[in-house]
Write a protein that binds this ligand. Structure first.
Ligand SMILES: [Zn+2]
Length: 289
C-alpha cells in the first residue's frame, strides 16, 4: 500500500464541526491516493476520555459516510508497547528519568525547554517522568503550511511518560503511526509545532519519516481564534442536516462554493467530494461563517 492515512480523535467530546474537517480532509486525501484510512482512538488521558464519546465519534463517522479500513486502534490497549519503548530508550541512553516538579522547573527557568538537570543529577525521588534526550532535529516541508525549519531554540527534552503515570502523546503517536504503517498525516495546525518533536523521535528510531499536511485552523469571522465552546456541540445526525454539514465542510476546505449543486445522499456526496477533492485548494485561513 503506497498511502496509509489516519484520523486520530481523542474521545474527550463528540465529533464536532472542527474535527469533521480533519476527518473529511484526511479521508478524502487517503482515498484520492487509493490508500487506506485508519481510525485510532487517542484515549490515554483517561480522566478526560470517555467511552460514550468514543462510541458517539465512531457512530458519527459512519453516519457521515467516512468508513474506515481495518480495526479501530485504541491507545489504552497498547500501554505495554509504549512502556517497552520508553524503557528501551532509557536502556540505550536516549531517554532519562526526571523528578522535577513544575515548581522546580519554574524556579530554574527551565520552561518550556528543559535544562537537563536530571540528566546530570539522576532523579532519586519518585514519582519520575521520562524525558527524551533530543539529539537530532530536522526541518520538514508541510504540504499546506510550507517549509518548517527546525526551531532555532531546538525543541527541548520533551516528556515521553508523565509523572502522573500517563504515557505522553508524543511517544504514543510516533509508535502508533509506525506500527500502523502510516505514511501521510493530515491534521489540524494546532499540532504543527509538535511535529518537530515527533520527527526527532522517529529519527532516533530510524522509523520512516512521514509526510504532513496541517490544515489551517478555523478562525472567527473577525479573524480571531475561535473559542473551544464554538466547536463543542455534537454534529446533527438527521440525514438532511448531515448533507448540510458535509457541504459546509467542503466549502470551508475550499473545494466547492455555497451555490454548488450537491447530491442529497451521504454515500453519493462522499463520492462527489472525492471526485472534486484537491488538497492544494485548501485555503490558508478558514473563516467561520
Ligand atoms: Zn528533572
Amino acid at each position: 500500500m503506497n498511502y496509509i492515512g489516519r484520523f486520530a480523535p481523542s474521545p474527550t467530546g463528540p465529533l464536532h464541526e472542527g474535527s469533521l474537517l480533519t476527518a473529511l480532509a484526511s479521508y478524502l486525501e487517503a482515498k484520492k491516493h487509493h490508500g487506506l484510512w485508519l481510525v485510532r482512538i487517542e484515549d490515554l488521558d483517561q480522566p478526560r476520555c470517555q467511552q460514550a464519546h468514543e462510541k458517539a465519534i465512531l457512530e458519527a463517522l459512519e453516519a457521515y459516510g467516512l468508513h474506515w479500513d481495518k480495526t479501530v486502534m485504541r491507545q489504552t490497549d497498547r500501554i505495554d508497547r509504549y512502556t517497552d519503548l520508553f524503557q528501551s530508550l532509557i536502556a540505550q541512553g536516549q531517554a532519562y528519568r526526571c523528578g522535577c516538579s513544575r515548581t522546580d522547573l519554574k524556579s530554574r527557568h527551565a520552561l518550556p525547554h528543559y535544562d537537563r538537570y536530571c540528566l546530570l543529577h539522576p532523579a532519586n525521588k519518585e514519582p519520575t517522568a521520562v524525558r527524551f534526550k533530543v539529539e537530532q532535529c530536522s526541518g520538514f516541508d508541510d504540504l499546506l503550511q510550507g517549509s518548517q525549519p527546525t526551531p532555532s531554540e531546538g525543541v527541548g527534552d520533551f516528556i515521553l511518560y508523565r509523572r502522573d503515570g500517563i504515557v505522553a502523546y508524543q511517544l504514543a503517536v510516533v509508535l502508533d503511526d509506525y506500527e500502523q504503517g502510516v505514511t501521510d498525516i493530515v491534521r489540524g495546525s494546532d499540532l504543527l509545532d509538535e511535529t518537530h518533536k515527533q520527527r526527532a523521535l522517529q529519527l532516533t528510531q530510524d522509523y520512516p519519516l512521514l509526510k504532513y499536511a496541517h490544515l489551517p485552523l478555523v478562525l472567527a469571522a473577525d479573524g480571531q481564534k475561535l473559542s473551544k465552546q464554538t466547536f463543542a456541540c455534537a454534529l446533527p445526525t438527521e440525514p438532511l442536516e448531515i448533507i448540510k454539514q458535509l457541504k459546509k465542510a467542503m466549502v470551508r476546505l475550499g473545494q466547492i462554493d455555497e451555490k454548488c449543486d450537491i447530491p442529497s445522499d451521504v454515500g453519493a456526496f462522499i463520492q462527489f467530494a472525492l471526485d472534486v477533492w484537491d488538497i492544494q485548494k485548501v485555503p490558508k485561513v478558514i473563516k467561520n461563517s
